[in-house]
Design a protein around this ligand. Structure first.
Ligand code: CTP
Ligand code: CA
Length: 226
């Protein structure tokens, strides 16, 4: 599929993109994070802007410059902050693309001071599950057209279709991580799934992949929302 943006497929649409990891603080010097560079999400934000959308980018801790054409960037650290920023921006959005690798758990309590070692004893951290941003958007009416990502190490289609249905999404972009693809790499390959269809986007650089993804989102958006 060749993505052509001559016709500005998302002209005038408000699009919110989340990108990057979240960091869940343990104490003032430590956190729980995940392996996400944010590059795929930033490429998606840039492609949406090129397609004529008014893009808000909600970014976790990443070292990336704001893509050309993005009108608003909100930097966050934790999943709770990302949840609040996305919920706020999604109020007036037509499309939400959740490409962030949101931390699933956070420490029950953040220690006020640096935790110290205790003579070789084990340390146990109590973790609480974070709310699901996509599922909480889906539960509100009306809500934007919702696109999720699923990075899986096995059973990609089964897990992706399960997330599509369970979270009430319009579309999910799934990829197998490992084998030089996915996190912290320049290339990626994804398969898009929606209720009654799918589309495979073969391995290419993240910018080209993001343009193809935006093309497909725009066409599904028009099919479902008119
Ligand atoms: N997601 C979200 N809020 C969370 C966790 C995930 O909005 N608290 C979104 C991600 O941004 C992504 C999609 O849900 O678009 C799938 O994320 P993933 O981690 O694959 O799904 P989980 O439901 O967390 O399942 P698991 O990690 O157990 O595979
Ligand atoms: Ca998860």
């Amino acid at each position: 599929m060749v993505a052509s943006f001559g016709d500005q497929v998302l002209r005038g649409k408000k699009v919110v993109v989340s990108a990057g990891p979240t960091y869940e603080d343990i104490d003032p010097v430590r956190f729980i994070g995940n392996r996400s560079s944010g590059r795929m999400g930033f490429a998606v934000a840039e492609a949406a802007a090129q397609a004529g959308a008014q893009v808000t980018l909600v970014a976790g801790p990443v070292s990336l410059t704001t893509p050309a054409g993005v009108v608003r960037r909100v930097d966050v650290r934790s999943a709770a902050q990302m949840h609040a920023a996305v919920t706020d921006a999604a109020q007036s959005a037509d499309i939400y693309i959740g490409s962030a690798a949101v931390g699933d758990y956070r420490p029950n309590a953040v220690a006020a001071h640096k935790l110290k070692k205790h003579d070789g004893a084990d340390l146990t951290l109590q973790l609480a599950e974070n709310p699901d941003i996509l599922a909480s958007l889906a539960a509100a009416q009306p809500h934007p057209f919702l696109v999720g990502f699923a990075a899986e190490t096995q059973n990609v289609e089964t897990y992706a279709r399960d997330k599509l249905q369970r979270k009430g999404l319009d579309m999910i972009a799934a990829n197998q991580v490992g084998e030089g693809l996915g996190f912290e790499t320049a290339d990626n390959a994804i398969t898009l799934y929606w209720a009654d269809g799918s589309l495979e986007l073969p391995r290419t650089d993240k910018a080209a992949l993001a343009r193809q993804l935006i093309e497909c989102i725009a066409s599904r958006y028009k099919a479902v929302r008119g």
